[in-house]
Design a protein around this ligand. Sequence first.
Ligand code: PLP
Length: 385
Amino acid sequence: MNLETQLIHAGEEEKKYEGAVALPVFQSATFAYSNEDNYHDTKYLRLNNTPNHTVLHEKLAQIAGGEAAVVTASGMAAITTALLTVLKKGDHLLAQNCLYGGTRVFLARDIADFGIDVDFVSGNAPDEWKKLVRPETRAIYVETMSNPLLEVAELPSVVAFAQSHNLISMIDNTFASPVNFRPLDIGFDLSLHSCTKYLNGHSDIVAGCAIGSRELITRIVHRLNIMGGCLDPHACFLLLRGMKTLALRVEKQNENAHALAAFLEKHPAVECVNYPGLSTHPQHNCAKTLFNGCGGVLSFEMAGDSRIADAVISKLQLPISAPSLGGIETLITRPVQTSHSGLTEEERRDAGISERLIRVAVGIEAAEDLCADFEQALRGVEEEK
Ligand code: PLP
């Protein structure tokens, strides 16, 4: 089946409860025994195994081309639980240097408390990975498109490197969503998502997921059950509903982001635009080969300092000034103030994130209206100079 059909039908139970077309919310912490022979099979909300969970697990596994999947309380719950499953005391991880701020902070500071060592590497320097890999290296961790600079790592090389060094390859595929890229198809072992973003798509829940082989997901589920990062049934309900329109939304967001990036690139007040769909992006060819679309996030810098960036943001009428991405409405932020505020100045400099960088997470409005809004905001700032 095609992805659009899987999004509607995969994992849905044939039996309709009281004939309900939409799966109801099973708001029950516990369920009557029905001859389960082990604890992990008894139905209990923390074990993420109510009907609202199992339909999501099956649908996510199918749309991502994995054997199994599990949903979690947030994207960070998926990421931290997966990392703490794959890695143990004494292990070493290679991680891309330009990662989502929460992940970067966890790897740069917290994970050392668990006796795990991390080296940050460029996603485009296999020679550097070779120099840093050690006998105790267990995994390599990257993002499909880095946040907020939209760099595209050499993803097939990451897989080849992991396979030749017996490492688990992990990827945060949030920015692409399974519509634009399916990492398991090119050999990644584990695909992680903040479902808060595109998969749900309506900025009204936080959720996460991990997708991969049954063996790896079983290990993650075990750790998740103990650590308690389960997803609430009402959030499951909203996520399932959101996922049904994933393909439509992401296709529109691909188009909108491309139109806005092209508009900004031509604008004289804009110094640079980061969007892999633009032919000027350094990894454009790689993105074109690997992805069905480049997603809804772009970032840009204007001449001047962070005050100019703030002035533009304040003059925009449509985008809401808020963190996050992947929702139906356009959001705008300065990553230094939001997603990457937990990094030190030096870490941000190393990652190439300037004070004046603006990130736009494009929604599903009309591209024409978005471009017109940016046009008036940029003109307004120029006139005030
Ligand atoms: N991964 C990426 C790429 C993100 O952008 C985010 C949040 O912005 C996360 C993970 C964390 O997701 P959550 O907020 O659902 O925990």
